[in-house]
Design a protein around this ligand. Structure first.
Ligand SMILES: [Zn+2]
Length: 346
């Protein structure tokens, strides 16, 4: 039996074809319409329906580039199932280089939204009902929030066995068990039975080549695992990710100017000095000490800090040494572009 067409908005996408659709969202006060741009690749053969979304926080733009590269892959010609790419979900924030919408709400705290609620609630409602509801799986792409950067990491509900397998299939070096936040897309999607992973890497308003390559590679290996792309047994197996058993932030013990030479992915022991906070003349130096042993998976890049500000995000593991080896192997693989790209073209 031939596969049914995919319906979205007023558009019908036939099996074996692809289309860009502008879902009508609202009108600006300039008179111009505001649309939610969506690209659908509807495979000839049946299979999972996967959405990949980015810029739910409008200033987190790495995912926009991840989706652009993903949709350009030739292997999609042989796609089983359906891939829906939504590179810019928060179109308002993206235009304004802002995390939020013009009503100053956070879209990722506004799901499931409502048809008659705030502007943000309406966008959440449209996205959930027109896209997520039609999917079996999802990947939501983020970066760290303003002035912070993250090591590539997957966050998912690891209490669910299938989600745990998918999180491992993504191949990011570090996987964090994260309970869903109230109002998040991931919470609303899982309430609909749509298993959703979060991939975070890099920083707001910048492209991070490492995080972008890791994201494209992760989605491709996930699609292979789901049977959406051919799994060529010749490609090297993706190394198992290491599961963080706990994560915590090291906070500033004093206000001042923070100096540090510590990079993402570095291994630290408890009470290692990570940096120093001092006044502009170097007065009253206060060391910043690691509160746990682990790997630095996030850090604040703004040196101007107030007491209590979060400075370093440390993930703890059963074996920190194993985690460090895994992170280093991943960083080397991503750095050798040729090998990495060849792998995802197969
Ligand atoms: Zn985000």
């Amino acid at each position: 039996m031939a596969r049914a067409s995919f319906q979205i908005g007023a558009t019908t996408v036939a099996p074996g074809s692809r289309a860009t659709i502008d879902l009508q969202l609202t009108q600006q006060y300039t008179h111009n319409p505001v649309n939610l741009p969506v690209h659908v690749v509807h495979g000839r053969q049946a299979g999972p329906v996967l959405f990949v979304s980015a810029a739910i926080h409008g200033d987190e733009i790495n995912g926009v580039e991840i989706i652009r590269r993903l949709l350009a892959l030739q292997v999609l010609k042989r796609l089983r199932g359906t891939l829906i790419g939504i590179p810019v979900v928060n179109v308002f924030g993206f235009l304004n280089h802002s995390r939020y919408l013009p009503d100053r709400r956070d879209l990722n705290r506004s799901f499931p939204g409502s048809e008659r609620g705030s502007l943000t609630a309406r966008l959440a409602h449209l996205f959930l009902n027109e896209i997520v509801r039609k999917c079996s799986h999802g990947v939501d792409l983020h970066t760290a929030a303003g002035h912070r950067e993250n090591l590539p990491q997957v966050r998912a509900d690891l209490g669910d066995a299938e989600t745990r397998e998918l999180a491992a299939a993504f191949g990011a070096p570090i996987v964090i068990n994260a309970s869903t936040r109230d109002g998040s897309l991931r919470e609303a999607a899982s309430a609909l039975g749509v298993r959703t992973l979060i991939y975070e890497g890099g920083e707001a308003l910048r492209f991070d080549e490492h995080a972008i390559r890791g994201g494209v590679h992760g989605i491709v290996t996930l699609m292979r695992r789901l049977g959406m792309l051919h799994d060529k047994s010749s490609h090297p197996p993706v190394a198992a990710p290491v599961l963080a058993i706990n994560t915590s932030w090291v906070r500033a013990g004093a206000s001042g100017i923070h100096s540090t030479a510590l990079a993402l992915g570095e291994r630290v022991a408890k009470d290692t000095q990570l940096g120093v906070i001092a006044g502009p003349f170097g007065e009253n130096p206060t060391p910043v000490l690691a509160t746990a042993a682990g790997i630095v998976i996030g850090r604040n890049k703004l040196p101007l800090v107030n007491e209590g500000d979060a400075l370093f995000h440390i993930a703890e593991f059963d074996s920190t040494q194993h985690a460090q080896q895994r992170v280093e192997a991943y960083q080397d693989a991503i750095a050798s572009l040729e090998e990495f790209e060849r792998d995802i073209r197969r």
